[in-house]
Design a protein around this ligand. Structure first.
Ligand code: GRF
Length: 192
């Protein structure tokens, strides 16, 4: 890269609509960063196709190919070093980050969660909040620590449910918020 922007890697396991939102924001100069790597633990994830379109190198690794989580993360760490990655951006990455990566990237790993933490952490934030019957939903962006969605909160955005909204409507609204909030927060963090 010939610019002085920080290099970021996105970790994702699924559809990758947040990957897309960040890649779009970089292309439109709303985020000043080089997206140099996608790390994906699911060979069937649609995010891989998105990365191909954007010409972003992809590392597809399944933990089951390794003896331990430390070995799995070491392999990732080697690639991150090779690519000069400075920030890790989790976007639907369905694994807990282990000690190896946490040690190498202190306060440089962030995550987006589709609920207002500390309420409804875990893999089913939207469903859990909907079934609980909350009236205010939202999105949280936070630093990653060794817990499940427990790291320090960086930013949040909320909205009130409207009468008649079903869970699919709530999901659509949450993703809309995610796609504008994640690039905005990322730009601020990278260039405070
Ligand atoms: C998002 O809702 C994000 O908050 C959660 O996982 C989902 C990923 O969606 N962590 P996508 O793969 O970016 O479309």
């Amino acid at each position: 890269m010939t610019n002085h922007f920080p290099n970021i890697a996105i970790f994702a396991s699924g559809s990758g609509s947040n990957f897309q939102a960040i890649a779009d924001a970089i292309a439109e100069h709303r985020v000043h960063a080089n997206l140099v790597l996608l790390v994906c633990d699911n060979p069937n994830a649609f995010v891989i196709e998105r990365a191909q379109k954007w010409d972003v190198e992809t590392l597809i690794l399944q933990p089951k190919m390794f003896q331990s989580k430390a070995d799995y993360e070491q392999k990732i760490a080697d690639k991150l070093r090779e690519k000069g990655v400075q920030w890790i951006v989790l976007a639907g990455y369905m694994r807990i980050i282990g000690e190896r990566l946490l040690d190498l990237f202190p306060n440089k790993i962030i995550n987006i969660h589709p609920a207002l933490l500390p309420s409804f952490p875990g893999a089913h934030g939207i469903k859990d909040a909907f079934e609980y019957g909350v009236k205010v939903f939202g999105v949280t962006i936070h630093y990653v620590d060794s817990g499940i969605d427990t790291g320090a909160i960086i930013d949040q955005e909320a909205f009130k449910i409207k009468p008649g909204m079903c869970i699919e409507d709530v999901e659509i609204e949450i993703h809309k918020i995610e796609h504008q909030l994640y690039p905005k927060v990322l730009q601020k963090l990278l260039h405070n």
